[in-house]
Design a protein around this ligand. Structure first.
Ligand code: PLP
Length: 415
């Protein structure tokens, strides 16, 4: 069975706005599914009141929010009390860093990477500095940009308190094997593991209990939904954290890490992403006995197959071109590479190539994508960065053909 791409594309109204335009900046933010628009509009038109009171509208507003919270907890195979829904991943990690801070004592160590987006980087480095503890860096290969798990294991010891790394780099597009890495870290230490899945979740929604991580975060505005970020923190970790919410809310773990308070309509519309995946599941499969997390796994098998087929011709073209330096793996193996493809042109700037593609109707982009440490350590001009082509499962084979044509024109034309 293959993903029914016509059905998929019919679920995103923005894809029909301009049929000639090819959107390939999805890693910056995806289109929003129609199901999300429906939930958001319903909330704003009919239940826009303070939620969780006993009167009808307020009760419905609370139920709409609970549907999102409980639905996502089921999809991720976690308890709803372990889920924080905050305004963005950068803010969620900022708050989490403040919550962790006071548990860091002299002699403790943390590990971060130079592959991560700054949202899963600077906040932890700053906390280490404030508390006078050692912060080690797990370094990516300076040529490919890939992380070697073996070099991480050499950094882990009995003093390691937290390890922070990414599920998938937003530049090199390659996934790190989170389950294996987490299990190896836990064999060597009592360290907690926190993973940024912002660049991974648009391609795969994970079973978090199976990954056995202690923290996991991603942004729904890159997963066909509203501008919200979901952060999982394992139940037992809450005892180690300093609450960041109002003092009278300290007993509610779902409020502990959200000083902002929930954005009601946005939270409710997170359920629309699940409605979209359920519609996708029901269109392709009919076994209703599966759990929400199992249905997610099934649908993401089809998504991964489609995405692999989209990425392959672009990776083939780029890995054979003498006019660019391709970052990350040249092929996908066992779903280890998302179709998030970055390269550095030789002989012209990334900005020039991206602009030439944009002028041909290709919505690509260039820059450091807030992974400045990686760009710099790969020896790339930080002021120019890389060209990034990022596709998701609603991208089509026709999109890829147009991208390849525009790319070839842009790399050939040196004007
Ligand atoms: C890999 C990665 N992590 C974190 C972030 C930050 O997410 P947010 O914009 O929700 O703060 C981004 C945003 O581009 C990202 O790509």
């Amino acid at each position: 069975m293959q993903l029914d791409i016509d059905f998929v594309r019919s679920q995103f109204s923005q894809l029909n706005d301009d049929s000639d335009f090819v959107f390939c900046s999805n890693a910056g933010g995806s289109y929003v599914s129609n199901q999300v628009q429906t939930v958001m509009e319903h909330y704003n038109r009919h239940t826009r009141v303070q939620p969780y009171e006993k009167y009808k509208t307020s009760n419905e507003a609370g139920q709409a929010m609970d549907r999102a919270i409980n639905g996502w907890a089921q999809a991720l195979n976690i308890d709803s009390s372990e889920l924080t829904i905050g305004p963005s991943t950068s803010l969620n990690t900022y708050v989490m860093a403040n919550a962790i801070g006071s548990s860091l004592n002299k002699g403790d160590e943390i590990i971060v990477t130079n592959q991560d987006h700054e949202a899963n980087n600077g906040v932890w480095r700053r906390k280490a500095e404030e508390h006078g503890i050692t912060c080690k860096e797990w370094c990516a290969d300076p040529v490919s940009g890939l992380l070697d798990p073996q070099s991480l294991y050499e950094l882990v010891n009995e003093h390691t308190k937290w390890v922070f790394f990414t599920h998938c780099s937003n530049i090199v597009g390659t996934s790190n094997p989170v389950q294996t890495i987490t299990s190896e870290i836990k064999k060597r230490s009592n360290a907690r593991v926190f993973v940024d899945a912002v660049a991974y979740a648009p391609h795969h929604i994970s079973d978090l209990k199976a990954l056995n991580v202690d923290g996991y975060v991603f942004s729904l505005y890159k997963v066909f939904g509203p501008h919200q970020s979901l952060m999982y923190i394992k139940k037992e970790v809450y005892n180690e954290l300093t609450p960041q919410c109002h003092y009278f809310n300290h007993y509610y773990s779902e409020k502990l890490l959200n000083p902002a308070g929930p954005q009601h309509a946005q939270v409710a519309s997170c359920a629309g992403v699940l409605d979209y995946f359920h519609d996708l599941y029901n269109h392709h499969f009919n076994d209703q006995s599966l759990s929400s997390a199992q249905k997610m796994a099934e649908i993401h098998t089809l998504i991964a197959q489609h995405e692999d087929r989209l990425g392959a011709p672009i990776l083939d073209y780029l890995s054979n071109s003498k006019k660019i330096r391709l970052l990350g793996k040249t092929h996908t193996l066992d779903r280890d590479r998302a179709p998030t493809i970055a390269f550095v042109p030789t002989g012209q700037s990334s900005l020039q190539v991206a602009t030439k593609m944009q002028n041909q109707g290709i919505g690509t982009e260039s820059g450091d994508f807030y992974a400045l440490r990686l760009v710099t350590d790969l020896g790339i001009n930080p002021d120019d960065g890389v060209v990034r082509i990022s596709l998701v499962h609603y991208s089509s084979h026709q999109d890829v053909e147009k991208i390849l044509l525009a790319l070839d024109n842009a790399l050939t034309d040196h004007s």
